[in-house]
Design a protein around this ligand. Structure first.
Ligand code: PEP
Length: 257
């Protein structure tokens, strides 16, 4: 399958922002602005905080905009106070769940092993993981980017079969570019995306590797989106800060057309 045959996926990670009414307003604005964007070419997903999932799901009903969650626990139910499970997220209407975001790795002790368990739960509940990987500045400066990202990809995908992996979304998010205003150049992004795809071909097979959507994330904004999204192995964007402004997010979506 040629690179162009993959749809692009632009997902807005709202992180810990927006009250329920504010989330509804933002979802309504985005919905209006991306109406008419063909989902088979550029799919749009919104990842509000857990408490707003149901309200946003209702707002998105009848549109092609998908709902995503920002995290989930790996057990389906039980005495895990404060956690939310994958079947719960599926029942709330989520199509995607972000796993292994660097903020979770950094602040909440996430490891490749726990990311893998969460991804397993997401797939088991019939949703698609958006599995985040990325190196720190120190790792990049030490020339360890591909080694670190490769280890995260392998760890996150451990135990999955090729047919399952083909349905994954990976998000390459260099930690030094998240929320810093510092974006990877399109050449830096393409280098890592291509390396990830080559790794997938080695671990599984070329057809599987060709099907996996690999998003870029890290200070994506309207001004740099088109250049990043035209790279052959960049299949979309995971957008943090700029997804909180409907106009900016819609402009990034349209840059993918
Ligand atoms: C993110 O949190 O996934 C992200 C890429 O954030 P930002 O766009 O703000 O850098």
């Amino acid at each position: 399958m040629a690179a162009q045959a993959r749809r692009k996926l632009i997902a807005g990670n709202w992180k810990m922002n927006k009250t329920v009414p504010e989330a509804l307003t933002l979802a309504r604005e985005v919905k209006g602005m991306v109406a008419g964007v063909p989902a088979e070419r550029v799919e749009v997903a919104l990842a509000p905080p857990f408490v707003s999932l149901l309200a946003v799901a209702a707002e998105l009903q009848g549109t092609e905009v998908k709902l995503a969650a920002q995290n989930c626990y790996w057990e389906a139910s039980g005495a895990y106070t404060g956690e939310v499970s994958a079947p719960m997220l599926a029942s709330a209407g989520c199509a995607y769940v972000i796993v292994g975001h660097s903020e979770r790795r950094q602040y909440f002790g996430e490891t490749d092993e726990t990311v893998n368990k969460r991804a397993r739960a997401v797939v088991g509940a019939g949703m698609t993981p958006i599995l985040c990987v990325g190196e720190t500045l120190e790792e990049r400066e030490a020339g360890r980017t591909l080694e670190v990202v490769g280890r995260q990809v392998e760890g996150g995908l451990k135990g999955f079969q090729a047919a399952e992996v083909a349905g994954f979304v990976l998000a390459y998010e260099p930690v030094w570019a998240i929320g810093t205003g510092r974006t990877a150049t399109s050449a830096q992004a393409q280098e890592v995306h291509r390396a990830i795809r080559e790794q997938l071909a080695r671990l599984y097979d070329q057809a599987t590797a060709n099907r996996v959507i690999i998003q870029y994330g890290g200070s994506v904004k309207p001004e740099n989106a088109a250049e990043l999204l035209k790279q052959p192995d960049v299949d979309g964007a995971l957008v943090g800060g700029a997804s909180l402004k409907a106009g900016d997010f819609a402009a990034i979506v349209k840059a993918g057309l």
